[in-house]
Design a protein around this ligand. Structure first.
Ligand SMILES: *[C@@H]1O[C@H](CO)[C@@H](O)[C@H](O)[C@H]1NC(C)=O
Ligand SMILES: *[C@@H]1O[C@H](CO)[C@@H](O)[C@H](O)[C@H]1NC(C)=O
Ligand SMILES: *[C@@H]1O[C@H](CO)[C@@H](O)[C@H](O)[C@H]1NC(C)=O
Length: 528
């Protein structure tokens, strides 16, 4: 999730094996024929077959099926699906092989796109778009297993970190990260294994997410897989780490300052790239049941450490992954996971909300309760949302609550209201403009709206007008390049960030498959 780092990390090594294969960073910033035949004339953006990083016949047949005019009628929409859905396989599976210590242990190293490192969050989400193919595709199942095994290794060695270097087995040298060169981090880590060490609770949740997706979609022989390698040890490390982050800033009896389980500082000109209070971040109250997260899913520092969407996702994923622990006979672990999930859930409902006295004309009640984005356990709350998942907007997608939940709907309405005094205050990071109206965030800054948030809006909506409006905005926001960018200037379609952002591309593909299942008639509309 790193616009800024792209500039800071010196040139990436070539990401393709063949000299004839162009670097996808430059390839994806140019238009290639044949252009789509609609008014947006979108570029074809798939690499040549010999330059693709992974081949899957299941993905190819999905593309053929979906881009038939009887499924997706609009030529520009079909082109955007054709480019985006395979993007992770086409460009980001940097290495797939086996462990040096166990030839049966598969490993998959998936890069984010323009950064040559594996994020726990991004890689889990990059694979999520292929989850529907898991039951029928042995090669996709192997990719999932490899990612789960490699993530388990990362969590066993460096459970506080968010992004990682290639495994030694790959023979790929570690990427240099000049941004992290001045970092002072506790607990310390090994830079030949870790690319960056920001503690983000949702990174741990991402490991559970990719695990449960595999478990629930590949019924045969998955139980053996989870007991054969290091999954349970990784979960044990994850539980220990998460619980250590329950600790408050002050001793509730004596008032003395307690040592922080994690600290991080960096020399930087951006306040979101380092932590206040000598790296301990903002103070946290005791006994909320919520787990601290020093950084957000955008990799930006939290304002208040009790990040509500990350706690929601962690609670939901702990509950589903407890089924895996039960299936492999780890009953004590399963109970511990369920108990922790329940305590977090109780904490969210009790401390993770905020009451707003509503000045909005649309509001029926004088005071409304919504979910806060972050709280501190002392009574402060951030009222906002950020485009990166987990966000409040995406809470139904990771299974914390149902789309119809009344408190979710109140929160959603607020998140999708722009910052204006007239509306009585909305989400300070909702951007509204002629190109795009969507949630953004401080990572790229005000004025930049994120297509990813529009995709989440579609996936959490039953309203056909809202869905059609959001699809139209995404189609007109690619600057003719036919890929989903990280952020786009709400007022200028030519101004955007990250030409190669694999997760956002996969999420677009996933959303189209979801629409095909839920509302196929929408895909038969014209966007011309
Ligand atoms: C994918 O298939 C093409 C042929 O269509 C081949 O040239 C290429 O090497 C394959 N890629 C991988 C990673 O196996
Ligand atoms: C904090 O609160 C919890 C729950 O209310 C309590 O069990 C615990 O002893 C308190 N103190 C610390 C240092 O966690
Ligand atoms: C829109 O953005 C492009 C690319 O950054 C820039 O060259 C152009 O001047 C911008 N247009 C306006 C009207 O600001």
């Amino acid at each position: 999730m790193k616009l800024i780092l792209v500039a800071l990390f010196s040139t990436l090594p070539s990401l393709t094996s063949s000299a004839a294969c162009p670097d996808y960073s430059s390839f994806s910033a140019q238009r290639h024929e044949p252009l789509s035949t609609g008014k947006y004339a979108l570029s074809y953006q798939r690499p040549l077959p010999e330059c693709r990083t992974f081949n899957s016949s299941a993905v190819e047949s999905t593309i053929t099926r979906m881009t038939s005019p009887t499924v997706i009628a609009d030529p520009d929409l079909a082109r955007l699906f054709e480019n985006t859905f395979p993007n992770t396989l086409d460009t980001a599976v940097r290495w797939h092989g086996h462990s040096a210590t166990d030839p049966n242990e598969e490993l998959t190293f998936v890069i984010t796109g323009d950064i040559n490192a594996m994020w726990l969050r991004d890689s889990a989400n990059q694979l999520t778009s292929y989850q529907p193919l898991l039951p029928s595709s042995p090669s996709i199942a192997s990719l999932f297993r490899g990612a789960i095994n490699l993530q388990a290794r990362y969590i066993l060695t460096s459970p506080f970190c968010n992004s990682f270097q290639p495994p030694p087995e790959s023979g790929i040298p570690p990427a240099s990260n000049s941004a992290a060169a001045t970092d002072s981090v506790f607990p310390s880590y090994n830079p030949s294994e870790v690319f960056e060490c920001k503690f983000e609770l949702d990174s741990l949740a991402a490991f559970l997410q990719v695990s449960t997706q595999y478990f629930h979609s590949s019924p045969s022989s998955t139980v053996d897989f989870f007991s054969n390698f290091h999954w349970a040890e990784a979960v044990s490390s994850l539980l220990h780490t998460a619980k250590s982050m329950l600790s408050p800033t002050y001793d509730p009896v004596t008032g003395a300052v307690l040592p922080s389980p994690y600290t991080f500082t960096r020399q930087t000109t951006r306040s979101t790239e380092t932590l206040a209070n000598n790296g301990a971040c903002s103070p946290v109250g005791n006994g909320t049941g919520l787990i601290r997260s020093a950084f957000r899913p955008s990799d930006d520092a939290t304002l208040f450490q009790l990040h509500v969407p990350a706690n929601m996702m962690f609670a939901a994923q702990l509950t589903s992954a407890a089924d895996i622990a039960s299936a492999i006979g780890e009953d004590a672990m399963a109970s511990e996971m369920r108990a922790l999930a329940k305590a977090i859930r109780d904490g969210i409902e009790k401390y993770g909300t905020t009451h707003l006295s509503s000045r909005a004309p649309h509001s029926e009640t004088a005071v409304e309760t919504i979910y806060a984005y972050e709280v501190d356990g002392f009574g402060s709350a951030a009222v906002m949302d950020d485009a990166n998942i987990p966000s409040l907007l995406s809470a139904p997608l990771f299974g914390y609550l149902s789309v119809n939940d009344a408190q979710y709907q109140r929160t959603r309405k607020r998140i999708l209201t722009s910052h204006s005094l007239k509306s009585g205050g909305g989400n300070p990071y909702f951007m509204a403009g002629p190109v795009l109206s969507a949630v953004g965030g401080p990572h790229v800054g005000p004025g930049m709206a994120w297509p990813m948030a529009l995709i989440v809006q579609i996936m959490t909506s039953e309203d056909e007008d809202e869905i059609l409006g959001a699809l139209k905005q995404i189609l007109r926001s690619t600057d003719g390049l036919g890929l989903v960018h990280e952020s786009v200037d709400a007022f200028n379609a030519s101004h955007w960030t990250r030409q190669w952002f694999s997760w956002a591309n996969g999420l677009f593909g996933q959303m189209i498959l979801d629409l095909h299942a839920r509302k196929p008639e929408i895909l038969l509309c014209s966007f011309q």
